[in-house]
Design a protein around this ligand. Structure first.
Ligand code: TRP
Length: 329
């Protein structure tokens, strides 16, 4: 039985790119047999940037409700808040003692921030960079190693963090024997391929994304903003571009075949967008309702997460006990 574990930071409402690239594949994977999945909300990682307690609370509920609404089954997936497992933070310190400062200096996220300071002409490259950002990879290593994880599905930007987790586990094991399990990253390629309204990769920072829980009217309006060319409605069109890319994710084989021939015959962009809206909305309307239901009853969400934390803490306590014993503490 392979254990799959991943964390999500509570930072705002996810978009369709997050859904297609990360959430949907993870949920599908969690329904397969012979794997056991752990999914947690990395609230203490978010504390490196989120400083408004109201936003913190809201976003934790947001992500939790999103995953639950999209089909995460808390009976199958151990679903919890990172902050509910204090053993993570004890392991973080232990791992910190096995991490060289140079290794953190080389972490991409930290390096990008120091580079921005240098480029911005700041006297000190470390200006305004918190220790939370600096040691972020060690906390992430603890998240992973505390649960004997085999596989960690992540986006390409997180691969270095998994490498660091592996290094730290190997270093620890070098001193104390085979204590920590060495995890493997599973890089999600699909996520990078989801295109946004303007044809570039869908990203919040590009302002080209389609938020997941838009009300129907807004969803329609947003889909209508997809950039198209100036071909006339009756002109035959090549079956490609943003509309087609997104349609392929949501439509059935038959619908794709039909739209393809409609493109060949000539379809107006407005019509093509209306077809896209239909299939996107069909998939999201049920979950959308469920999402809102959960958001009006957040104590239900808290209950589910607390139940998950109970299950997670069994492994957490076992692994931490082994680690402490190995160190002679
Ligand atoms: N750093 C990850 C991100 O920003 C979130 C995360 C925290 C995570 N801890 C983790 C992912 C452990 C995988 C495993 O996306």
């Amino acid at each position: 039985m392979k254990r799959i574990l991943t964390g999500v930071k509570p930072t705002g409402i996810p978009h369709i790119g997050n859904y297609l690239g990360a959430i949907k594949p993870a949920i599908t994977m969690s329904h397969t047999d012979r794997t056991e999945s752990f999914l947690f909300i990395a609230d203490y990682h978010a504390l490196t940037t989120v400083r408004d307690p109201k936003i913190m609370k809201e976003d934790v509920h947001n992500v939790a409700a999103t995953w639950l609404a999209l089909g995460l089954d808390p009976a199958k997936t151990v679903f919890y808040r990172q902050s509910a497992i204090p053993e993570i933070f004890e392991l973080t310190w232990i791992l910190t003692c096995f991490c060289s400062k140079g290794e953190m200096n080389r972490a991409h996220a930290y390096k990008a921030l120091t580079q921005a300071n240098i480029d911005g002409g700041k006297d000190d490259p470390d200006q305004n960079i918190g220790m939370g950002i600096y040691t972020y990879p060690i906390l992430m290593a603890a998240d992973i190693l505390l649960f004997n994880s085999d596989i960690v599905p992540v986006g390409a930007d997180q691969v270095q963090h998994i490498e660091i987790a592996r290094d730290l586990a190997q270093r620890f094991n070098h001193y104390y024997g085979d204590v920590l399990k060495i995890p493997e990253a599973s890089v999600q390629k699909d996520g990078a391929a989801v295109v946004g309204l303007d044809g570039r990769k869908m990203s919040k920072s590009y302002g080209n994304s389609i938020e997941l829980w838009l009300p129907e009217k807004k969803l329609k309006k947003t889909i209508n903003k997809i950039t198209t060319n100036s071909q006339a409605p009756e002109e035959s069109k090549i079956f490609e571009g943003t509309i087609v890319d997104l349609y392929n994710y949501f439509a059935t084989e038959q619908e794709i075949t039909d739209l393809r021939s409609w493109y060949a015959k000539g379809i107006g962009w407005g019509e093509a967008k209306a077809e896209l809206f239909k299939v996107v909305n069909r998939e999201l309307e049920g979950p959308r309702e469920k999402y809102h239901e959960l958001m009006t009853n957040t104590s239900k969400i808290d209950e589910i997460l607390a139940e998950g934390a109970k299950r997670a803490s069994i492994t957490a306590k076992q692994v931490l006990a082994t680690v402490r014993q190995a160190c002679g503490i």
